[in-house]
Design a binder for this molecule. Structure first.
Ligand SMILES: [Ca+2]
Length: 318
């Protein structure tokens, strides 16, 4: 722990020094030298950083995380809205063939792939209009998490070098999450796949590559093919809320003995699965019994709001 704090202090000091004494131009020279050492060609570096400046808007967004000012119940009304369910059903039918193929190949059922697509980018419509290189360069130059974003920026350059996308079309969120499945460059390099066989892993415009990449991410992160994500449950009066932690798993039999029931009052299924109780809004809010696949969704995004919404939307699309 001391090492982490110390190294963070060094980043902050170093970044402060860079900003005060050298400015973005000098930072960029230093960054380009590192990129060159990693084999990135000069021509690509010139093209990628042409007219790139730190983006004030990116820094503003980095300092304000909207999810934490909203309750889960309010978040869920938007993330799993009737309209989103309706569109999800239509798109599930429209892309059924390729989704079924991906489900077969990777062992992740189609409703989860569509739910991830729906939650991440409203089915590919809201992928973020930021140029990824510019957004990542801003965050790498800024002191808050500069080392993390510097590595992501280097990886983004490798993706460009491999020819999967052009500099102009490499768009994403303010934090550099790219394309219809919002992969960070590191996730892209680990998990993106080319399902169409054209040599490009295109998570921006090619649905088959989006679904394949998402499915590959989940499969490689430990998705269990025949298990669900979790379910809403009813907790008994007097429930010990200290047991409600995603890391605190018990068998369904044990939860049953503690008085936990399905939300409709039915007994929990007989199963050898283990689960944990999650309360996205704390005591008094909705309660969910979550399984191993929920933890896989948390690897994608560490937010219980996110993982629970994906599960609920997938259920609505079953
Ligand atoms: Ca492709």
């Amino acid at each position: 722990m001391k090492v982490v704090i110390l190294s963070m202090a060094i980043w902050i000091l170093a970044a402060g020094w860079v900003q005060a004494d050298q400015g973005f131009g000098h930072w960029l020279l230093d960054f380009k030298a590192e990129a060159r050492q990693q084999g990135i060609a000069d021509a690509l570096l010139e093209q990628a950083f042409d007219h790139v400046e730190p983006l004030e808007r990116v820094l503003e967004l980095d300092r304000k995380q909207p999810e934490f000012t909203m309750t889960f119940v309010d978040y869920q009304k938007k993330s799993v809205s009737p309209e989103r369910i309706r569109q999800g059903r239509r798109l599930l039918a429209e892309h059924r063939l390729v989704l079924e193929a991906m489900a077969e190949k990777y062992g992740v059922p189609a409703p989860y792939l569509v739910a991830l697509w729906g939650i991440e980018t409203h089915y590919g419509r809201l992928t973020g209009g930021f140029k990824v290189v510019e957004a990542l360069a801003t965050l790498a130059y800024d002191g808050r998490r500069s080392e993390f974003f510097r590595q992501e920026l280097l990886k983004a350059l490798h993706i460009l070098e491999e020819g999967h996308i052009s500099v102009a079309d490499m768009k994403g969120s303010w934090a550099g999450a790219m394309g219809q499945c919002q992969f960070m460059p590191s996730s892209f390099l680990q998990f993106a796949v080319d399902e169409t066989g054209d040599g490009r892993k295109d998570i921006w415009m090619t649905e088959a590559d989006v679904f394949g990449s998402s499915a590959n991410y989940l499969a490689k992160s430990g998705w269990r093919k025949h298990e669900r994500w979790g379910r809403r449950v009813a907790l008994p009066h007097g429930f010990d809320f200290s047991l409600a932690k995603v890391s605190r798993t018990k068998s369904l039999q044990e939860w049953h003995q503690l008085g936990v029931r399905s939300f409709d009052g039915a007994v929990l299924p007989h199963s050898r699965m283990r689960g944990a109780i999650v309360l996205p809004d704390g005591e008094g809010g909705p309660a969910y019994l979550v399984y191993d696949n929920y933890r896989v969704l948390l690897k994608w995004n560490r937010s219980t709001y996110f993982a629970t919404s994906v599960g609920l939307l997938a259920d609505a699309l079953m």
